[in-house]
Every structure is written in C-alpha cells, then in structure tokens.
Write a protein that binds this ligand. Structure first.
Ligand code: UDP
Length: 224
C-alpha cells in the first residue's frame, strides 16, 4: 500500500494548467515517485499529458494511507460540492502553489488553494478556502478574501479590498484600493467582468462590467 496518492480534480483547462505545478511541488518535496493522477467524473480519455484520468471512485479505491486532491475546477459552486465529497470520504485538500510566485509576510491562505505562476500575495492578507489565483494575478496588502473565490488571469486586486465567498473576478480586472477602516467591498457571489475597472463597492450577487464597472442590468437599460 502506498503512503499517499495525489490527484488533480478536473482534467480540463484548469486541471491541465495545475498538473505541471503539482508535479513540480511533489518533486520539490522529495516525492517525485508518488502516484499523481487526474480525477474526473466524465473522463474524455484514459490519460492526458502523461497522467492517467481516474473516476472519483477509482481514485478512492487506490490502496493508500492518505489521499490528497487539488480541486482544479474554475466553477466555485462545483468546487464547493467536490470539497464536500472529499471531506465525507476523508480526502485531504491539497494546495498547489507555483514556485514562480511571491508570498510576502503574514499571509493566511486557506486549505485547497491553487496559485498559478507569477501570482503575488503581498503582506497582511487573509484568504479563505479553495482560492484560485490564476496566472499573473495579485492580491495587495490588507485584503480579506472569503471562501471559494476565483481570480482569472491578470487580476489586479489592490490594497484594503474585502471580497465575499464565491466571487468571481474576470481576467484583467482591476480593483481600486480601499482605505484602512473603509475597505472597498465586493459582495459574496458577485461577478466582475473581464477587464472591468472596479472603483466602488459591488453588492452581493451583482455582475459588473466596464470602466468604471457598472451593473450589467443598468447598462442594458441605459442602452434602451
Ligand atoms: N467535473 C467533474 N465533476 C463535477 C464537475 C466537473 O469531474 O462535478 C469535471 C468536468 O468533467 C471537466 C472539468 O471538471 O473535465 C471542468 O472543466 P471545464 O472545462 O468546465 O472548466 P475548467 O474548470 O477546467 O476551466
């Protein structure tokens, strides 16, 4: 029986971007020989990029003392569901953090985080569970970020910004800096469109786009 087996949950775009980092991380920890597979509920092939794709029940059936899974699915609600399945089955949440990123002082990063290359978390930051920080995104000082938050590539999140659970920040969005004691707030479940420039608070569940970012609904009514 192996001591531990490792997997990347999701064998699509997100998972294929995380697998090489996972491999690197195991090698750096002296575990290059450990089993590392994709896990997917709807595998499209037997293997991809040199790694087998197993269904979840097949992963559970591998004889091992410990199982670790990095959840590489961009949809945060799906991530949460998978995290629930993992907890019920005694699978450990595996954080995969690129060695080509920067993490400064006093950063609390919750379990199951994925940090792609060239991400930067500066100092005095709190980030919840299952965060995705995609390529070239940054989180500046004093930000507080909830659970299951997703940053697409190139997000610029400046200092003193608070972001609620399940918010999705689109590629290249820029979030203006808040103030100490008066953070800029992005509510739970909000969606920030690609390239948006966020200059003020965004309510929970709202979708905002453009420069300066405005609610989608208001924009379409304005256009009538
Ligand atoms: N998936 C899964 N179980 C789920 C939901 C999704 O195994 O409950 C897999 C799905 O089969 C697909 C991947 O997760 O292979 C999600 O890929 P998608 O292309 O939707 O987006 P990505 O998150 O890779 O950007």
């Amino acid at each position: 029986m192996s001591e531990a087996v490792f997997g990347v949950f999701g064998a699509s775009g997100c998972g294929r971007g995380i697998m090489p980092l996972a491999r690197q991380q195991l090698a750096a920890a002296g575990s290059a020989g450990a089993q590392l597979v994709f896990v997917d509920d709807a595998p499209q092939a037997e293997a991809i990029n040199g790694h087998r794709i197993l269904r979840y029940d097949e992963f559970l059936a591998i004889p091992a003392e410990q199982r670790w899974l990095a959840v590489a699915v961009a949809n945060s609600r799906v991530r949460e569901r998978i995290a629930g399945r993992m907890a019920a089955d005694g699978i450990q949440p595996w954080s995969v953090v690129s060695n080509q990123g920067v993490i400064m002082d006093d950063v609390m990063l919750g379990e199951g985080a994925l940090l792609s290359p060239f991400t930067c978390l500066t100092s005095n930051i709190r980030i919840g569970r299952y965060f995705h920080g995609n390529l070239y995104s940054y989180v500046e000082h004093d930000c507080v970020i909830g659970d299951f938050v997703t940053f697409a590539p190139g997000v610029q999140c400046n200092g003193n910004v608070w972001i609620g659970d399940h918010a999705y920040i689109g590629a290249g969005a820029v979030i203006r800096q808040g103030l100490p004691g008066k953070p800029l707030r992005i509510g739970a479940g909000a969606v920030i469109g690609m390239g948006a420039i966020v200059t003020r608070d965004v309510p929970a569940g709202a979708t905002v786009v453009g420069n300066p970012a405005r609610p989608m609904l208001k924009r379409s009514l304005d256009g009538c």
